[in-house]
Design a protein around this ligand. Structure first.
Ligand code: FRU
Length: 480
């Protein structure tokens, strides 16, 4: 039976009252309680940033998807808003799945996937997915308008619409699965209600490229276009594609009415354990920003025992450098969270650990790769994780430790060219985000330190290492 918005809100309140905060984020978006996954409907409209996210308000596990909602005036401080979308109509009976938001002449309009199971067994091959609309005139209360786009014959998995406006039309990319292969389909509309199929923008050529491409997004970046998506079914290759599912991009060129020509093959956007379903939006000043879900399907989530699960990454900015390299950096607005700056002297570490302190949430430093000859050296976060240069593998490694073996292990990226390496590291109660050389690489992982086990230190093993420009900050909470 269809449940109401009031029932959903009540369920969150009950869970909220029982929530434990050992792992609850201080400066990352998360639901007040219950489950969340993908960021949805990211938009700056009428002077306000909106972030929505897939949400199950009744418990800490994925279930019939609602859209939770938070707003901000500065992209840094956020306020929870009432749940925006509740499933239960014929076309979204089993979930309001992922989607986006657009500014339709000042009207905040959501385009999302109505999901239903065709049989009761939640069989993944027995689904029907249609794209639906909902509008809000006050930015808080939403009225559903029903489905506007059904899948073509032969396609069942058809979800996660991302809509934008260019060349006098609305355009929509949708993720789909056809004959066991993932694809991104492009549609066009003059009014957001009546949609025409344009073309397939990109598709897997074989099963190694994924059986389903979720959460597509197509947008200009520098002189190129980025097609961002989350393919399911990629095989692990050495250090790459290690997670259950991937998120990454193709770079190429696209113009209305033309094919997407690809000039850079699929590349993961973040090399950590927990980064999925990213979605972009345009900041007030035109920068291309992004949030992703900071978790991974089918991974252990110790925070479930505390009445909640799921968080978003920090807001990040995407740019293309002069060489055409994609850079991803934390939104510069985040510096507003910084407390007093702690500055440390240049440090040589020789077979030792040097403590920086407790209650430090952001750390920046420079590493001298040329003169550091230790086998491993870098930053430790209590006993919970380390970020270090592995001088033998010649890689920058994020390693996490846990009493749960499934939450242990490494992710890594090759060391960049050149003699110095800069790190910007954010440590929240249960997450670690590492930005390497001003965004050339990024690693995001959930970590679950025991209480008080988040002390930052620098270390060098089997040799010495040189660290300079060491600065650290305590960060304030984002919840106003
Ligand atoms: C991605 C995803 C989307 C879907 C949503 C359901 O994580 O599987 O494809 O819309 O989550 O919650």
């Amino acid at each position: 039976m269809k449940k109401s918005l009031a029932q959903a809100e009540h369920a969150v309140e009950i869970l909220r009252a029982q929530r434990q905060d050992d792992y609850y984020p201080r400066f990352h978006l998360a639901a007040q309680a219950g489950w969340i996954n993908d960021p949805n409907g990211l938009i700056y409209i009428n002077g306000v940033y909106h972030a929505f996210y897939q949400h199950h308000p009744y418990d800490e596990n994925w279930g019939p998807m609602h859209w939770a909602h938070a707003t901000s005036h500065d992209l840094v401080h956020w306020q929870h808003q009432p749940i925006a979308l509740v499933p239960g109509d014929d076309y979204d009976r089993d979930g309001c799945f992922s989607g986006c938001a657009v500014d339709d002449n000042g009207v905040l309009t959501l385009i999302y996937t109505g999901h239903i199971w065709l049989d009761k067994s939640a069989d993944d091959d027995q689904v029907r997915e249609v794209q639906c609309l909902a509008v809000s005139h006050d930015g808080v209360n939403f009225v559903k308008q029903g489905p506007v786009l059904a899948p073509p014959a032969g396609i069942q998995h058809f979800r996660d619409p991302k809509v934008w406006r260019t060349a006098g039309s609305w355009w929509m990319v949708v993720g789909a699965k056809e004959n066991g292969l993932g694809q991104v389909r492009l549609y066009r509309s003059s009014d957001l209600r009546d949609w025409q199929f344009e073309r397939i923008i990109a598709q897997a050529q074989n099963t190694a490229q994924g059986y389903m491409w979720e959460c597509p997004d197509l947008f200009p970046l520098g002189e190129q276009q980025m097609l961002l998506f989350s393919p399911q079914g990629l095989a692990a290759q050495g250090y790459r594609n290690r997670n259950r599912f991937q998120s990454g991009y193709l770079l190429g060129h696209w113009q209305p009415g033309q094919n997407f020509t690809i000039n850079q093959p699929f590349c993961e956007l973040d090399a950590g354990h927990d980064f999925y379903a990213p979605q972009t939006f345009t900041a007030a000043d035109g920068r291309r920003m992004l949030f992703a879900w900071m978790d991974m399907w089918e991974s252990a989530m110790p925070c479930k025992a505390h009445g909640w699960a799921g968080a978003l990454t920090l807001p990040r900015e995407l740019t293309l450098d002069a060489q055409g390299k994609v850079l991803m950096n934390p939104a510069r607005e985040l510096s507003a969270l910084r407390g007093e700056q702690q500055q440390f002297a240049t440090l040589q570490c020789h077979n030792q650990q040097h403590i920086l302190g407790d209650n430090l949430h952001e750390l920046t430093l420079t590493v001298d790769l040329a003169t550091s000859e230790a086998e491993r050296y870098g930053v430790a976060i209590g006993q919970a994780a380390r970020v270090y240069i592995d001088n033998q593998a010649h890689r920058l490694v994020l390693e996490r430790f846990s009493s749960d073996p499934s939450l242990c292990g490494c992710r890594s990226v090759p060391l960049p060219e050149g003699d110095t390496l800069t790190l910007q590291i954010f440590v929240d109660r249960s997450s670690l985000e590492v930005f390497v050389n001003q965004g050339e690489a990024c690693l995001t992982s959930r970590i679950y330190p025991a209480d008080g086990d988040r002390q930052l230190s620098l270390f060098a093993e089997a040799g010495s290492a040189q660290f300079a420009d060491i600065q650290a900050w305590e960060l304030a909470t984002i919840w106003s």
